[in-house]
Design a protein around this ligand. Structure first.
Ligand code: AMP
Length: 278
């Protein structure tokens, strides 16, 4: 496995190895868990060369504490990637990708970026798209792999590719969960055992909506809000029922597979997000 700390090394590798090979790319912020590894496995399965980046991108954090506290476990991450035979890992420092005092670029993703994560994490999607565009320009992958866990991000990256007339295929990968149903997240490391158990309420609420879909959107939304109000450790930021296509709130179900329910909540001061498509 090649490990490159600079884009010059990565570019030089690519110019000698690209040839007619397909390149699969998975951007991550490290602290890798099975969710990330599932993306890498899919890349290994479908592409000739698999590249993973590990970079905690400062411009997508709208909260300094969150950026400072974000878990960093590079050595263990590299071991996990070696086991999967990942071909290349790119682990740049900030100055390899950003000029001094460079800020996030301003994108226009329309309504897609204004709700939910866009509303509660101002600037987050501009920061995310800034770094993804930089990576795409350096690597020019054939396919890039993103998790459905960050559903709004996945939809925005698809639009980013269209806006930049790029040929990259964006592959969405199902959310990987613990046995309890809790979505794998680097932030789960910051939870106490007690909170980790309680956090299963997130997936249980989503499952409830699948099983009781006929109750309708308004009633289920109220049900979830009440569930979270009854558990004092949670601070529910939002639960939204949206159309998958544009991430805008719905009041009635669209066709099968065209709806999503998205939740963001704090527990123990840790922010968790999850969603299902139904
Ligand atoms: P992050 O390191 O949090 O930026 O995530 C890197 C990629 O892994 C993103 O495309 C995420 O959506 C994806 N990812 C994170 N958690 C999961 C999960 N539990 N299942 C599947 N993909 C995930």
């Amino acid at each position: 496995m090649k490990i490159f700390e600079t884009k010059l090394e990565l570019l030089s590798y690519l110019s000698s190895n690209r040839g007619g090979n397909t390149i699969g790319f998975t951007p991550t912020m490290g602290s890798l868990h099975n969710g990330h590894l599932h993306l890498i496995e899919e890349s290994k399965r479908t592409c000739d060369i698999t590249i993973c980046s590990i970079f905690v991108n400062p411009t997508q954090f709208n909260n300094d504490d969150d950026l400072v506290n974000y878990p960093r476990t590079l050595d263990v991450d590299l071991q996990k990637l070696r086991k999967l035979n990942c071909d290349v890992v790119y682990t740049p420092i900030i100055s390899d990708l950003y000029e001094k005092r460079e800020k996030a670029k301003k994108f226009d993703f329309g309504a897609l970026a204004n709700t939910m994560e866009g509303e509660f994490r101002p600037g987050h999607f501009n920061g995310m798209a800034t770094i993804v565009e930089k990576f795409f320009r350096i690597i020019e992958p054939t396919k890039a792999f993103f998790g459905q866990k960050d559903l709004q991000q996945l939809q925005i990256v698809k639009v980013l590719v269209k806006q930049t007339w790029s040929e990259i295929e964006i592959v969405g990968i199902n959310t990987v969960r613990d046995e309890s149903g809790l979505a794998k997240s680097s932030r789960n490391k910051l939870l106490s055992e007690k909170s980790k158990k309680e956090a299963t309420l997130i997936y249980e609420s989503l499952q409830y909506c699948i099983e009781h879909q006929s109750r309708g959107v308004d009633s289920l939304k109220k049900y979830i809000e009440t569930q979270f109000e009854n558990h004092s450790n949670f601070e529910l930021e939002y639960v939204e029922f949206v159309a998958l296509e544009d991430m805008l709130p719905i009041t009635n179900w669209k066709g099968k597979g065209k709806n999503a329910i998205c939740i963001a909540t704090y527990i123990d001061d840790v922010r968790l997000i999850d969603n299902i498509i139904l």
